[in-house]
Design a protein around this ligand. Sequence first.
Ligand SMILES: [Zn+2]
Length: 478
Amino acid sequence: MTLRVFNTLGMRKEEFVPLREGEVRIYVCGPTVYDFIHIGNARAFVVADVVRRYLEYRGFKVTLVCNITDVDDKIIRKAQETNLSIQQISEMYSDAYFEDIAALNVKKPDINPRATQHISDMIIAIQRLIEKGYAYEVDGDVYFDVSKFKDYGKLSGNKMEALEAGARIEVNPKKRNPADFALWKARKDGEPGWHSPWGWGRPGWHIECSTMAMKYLGETLDIHMGGKDLIFPHHENEIAQAEALTDKPFVRYWLHNEWLTVNGQKMSKSLGNFITVRDALKMYGPQVLRFFLISAHYRSPLDFNSESIEAAKANVEKILSAVERLLSMAEKDERGLEEETLLSQVREAKKKFNEAMDDDFNTPLAIAAVFEIIKAINTYVSQNNAIERSTKREVYETIKTLVEDVLGIKIRFKVGESAERQVAIVKGLMDLILEVRQEMRRRKEWKISDEIRDRLQRMGFIIEDTPKETRWRFKETI
Ligand SMILES: [Zn+2]
């Protein structure tokens, strides 16, 4: 089995080979902490988490670094608007970010470096870029001279000539080339600043990421991830800074996730379709939201709408109720042909899951493989009264590993932990009650069976007896 990933650098699928055998070092661009994260931000973090979990499942030792940008124009503006300090804003929203990603079952990154705690590392990097002739100072600002870095544009395909001809870049008379970007910005009134060889000022955003990535992961990283909006200029500039400094490749594999849209539109505050993770968690719960976020391949667009979220909800419920039905089955000692069939279906589906994930982390195909297991469980449960012990354990362990450990969707909860879990419990209990009632009816115990039906109806269930079976549903749903 080889793992293949789509590398934005080169725009093709390649076999994944880490720099050091058995180890993978990943950098993910983290949040700028000036507001609550929205579900589009969450997609990037959940995608990175699934990549990390799958690599761990495949036996790699993974180190994942995700930074916190805690000095930035947006934070400064928010502080001015709210009369809070820059530090108060960044602490408040970084705490909220950690809560949100934990709720989504994103494993905590191994290191979460904050930009403001690495200013001296950035100053040293900028000084070296000036010494090597890649950067220049003008009136307390320092710029990277893109004309000196011959590979500029190799990630995004934005070539120097195109950049110069384009009118999109605002003209700044201090810059030698229109595409040059700030490594250090001289302090303006009311802004935070640090002392540097070029006077008081603060670092540019791009130098924060490349400096912290190399500090914790070495000069060449295995994987760098982020949303595709970061390809240019952010990641292009990270490459220029890092490779100009070290003369080594900065990143072996660049992975970028596609947009998340809401009802077909890009999320934006002005359109009023901006959904924070907090609000989405309140409405749908963490399992459904996470399932929705991985329901499309990470390089495909993903649209948030009532249908897609309802589909995620229905799928999560199907998984939970199948697991519950499996676990509540009586156990027996002997393995029969039914168990052999179930096991071979489960093992075959697991193989498909691995193949799907090996092919550039294809989560929708991996989920389809999970549903082959769910189907096999449901068929088994409906046709048998008991299950051989070790078969039950293997089926459960397989689904737990694939769904919970790799995809990060929790399949078992403590009672009261989540609404969807409670629904799954109610469903399991209802199935049990109706099975008992069915037995009563078979024995012509009409009085008791009618009493059970009436009591359930008073509690808000609709019970329908058909010649073949008894169906039930909640009163408020159709
Ligand atoms: Zn970054």
